[in-house]
Design a protein around this ligand. Structure first.
Ligand code: ADP
Ligand code: MG
Length: 346
């Protein structure tokens, strides 16, 4: 291969975000219409001075992002769409179209792919987005799904990761950690099943966390709530990798610090109990778990009254000066530096 003569750097050395920066850092934007390139939940492209198009892509790889031992294909199709729409909502936009590309091995039957597309169709119907294209190809092993979502916003309403200012309140649109705990539970039951195929999994009393893992929803309702309340967050991101990683993105992009209070982080009772069953600290699940697909956003403190009356919004901290760092105030009153948990995919 062509890299033979060069020194070899392992991709793990850079991590996901380091790798993206390394590969894409030297790409200037040539077009005035490219308002925002790499570095947010979606790219922002101007159609004219006021109207913007948003574009976001995500790829799901079998064995890395999903395990068909416990993921029904219909749910997988639904989730693959939802995680992309979530990135459009995270820009305070409205998704309108998707394209779907798949690579499939010969292990997949037409019936299996029909199931996958049933899920994609259900998500299109629920979120009122149109499937307008894609690509189909073969893979040597497993299934890869890549979806691109296209949406709209306006120059006035679009919200980036970079607008947070000291004094802003840090808000989240729903409970955290449950999707990760749902995954732990499914993984545990899979192991039991592999060792004792005659044992039926006991999952009936854990519908909530399993639903959060297998069939997440994107927070379209929040965008409507913002419109109704005439609120434009100062910054926003969706929680795909965990609260720690996402608040760090907001802080890095906005050049600010943050203080999050553990008592303000919404964690459901059933998730707290399940975390303890797994010997995990619930706050660690919220910080590092990911896949919650809630919206993490900051607001001007003058807008506090507006969010107080919104269903499902929790204020859990405040944006600080950059010199204050990014900290968690624990229930016990101790300050901990929030660290990125690094990366799970390679
Ligand atoms: P999200 O978690 O919101 O999906 P990512 O962390 O995947 O966002 O991506 C961060 C930014 O890097 C986005 O702007 C994305 O478009 C860009 N990006 C990711 N991978 C690549 C790549 N291989 N080439 C170019 N841009 C990329
Ligand atoms: Mg995102």
């Amino acid at each position: 291969m062509s890299e033979n003569n060069k020194s070899r750097t392992d991709v793990n050395k850079l991590g996901e975000f380091g790798l993206i920066d390394h590969l894409t850092g030297q790409f200037p934007l040539y077009n005035m219409s490219s308002v925002k390139g790499i570095g947010d939940d979606a790219a922002v492209i101007s159609n004219d001075k006021e109207s913007f198009t948003l574009v976001s892509t995500d790829m799901l790889v079998e064995g890395i992002h999903f395990d068909l031992a416990y993921t029904p294909l219909k749910h997988l199709g639904y989730k693959a769409v939802v995680v992309n729409l979530s990135d459009i909502y995270a820009m305070n936009g409205h998704p309108q179209q998707i394209t779907v590309s798949i690579a499939i091995s010969n292990r997949y039957s037409v019936e299996a792919l029909e199931e996958l597309y049933e899920g994609i169709k259900a998500a299109c119907a629920y979120y009122k987005v149109d499937l307008v294209g894609g690509d189909t190809t073969s893979s040597l092993k497993g299934l890869v799904i890549s979806i691109t979502a296209i949406g709209t916003s306006t120059a006035e309403k679009v919200v980036y990761r970079h607008g947070a200012r000291p004094g802003d309140l840090i808000c989240v649109s729903g409970d955290l950690g449950s999707a990760f705990l749902g995954l732990q539970l499914l993984e545990r039951e899979k192991q039991i099943w592999l060792e004792h195929p005659e044992v039926q999994p006991k999952l009936d009393d854990q519908q909530y966390v399993i639903g959060r893992q297998l069939k997440p929803e994107a927070r379209r309702d929040m965008i409507y709530q913002f419109e109704k309340a005439e609120l434009i967050p100062t910054s926003m991101i969706d929680i795909s990798d965990g609260l720690a990683s996402e608040i760090m993105h907001i802080c890095k992009n906005s050049n600010v610090g943050a203080l999050i209070e553990e008592t303000g982080v919404p964690i459901k009772n059933e998730s707290q109990l399940l975390a303890l069953e797994f010997n995990l600290d619930p706050i660690t699940c919220a910080l590092s778990g990911g896949e919650d697909y809630e919206l993490l956003f900051t607001i001007d403190p003058a807008d506090e009254e507006k969010v107080k009356y919104m269903a499902d919004v929790y204020i859990m901290g405040e944006i600080k000066d950059p010199s204050d760092g990014i900290k968690l105030l624990s229930k016990g009153g101790k300050l901990h530096t929030i660290k990125a948990q690094g990366w799970k995919h390679f």
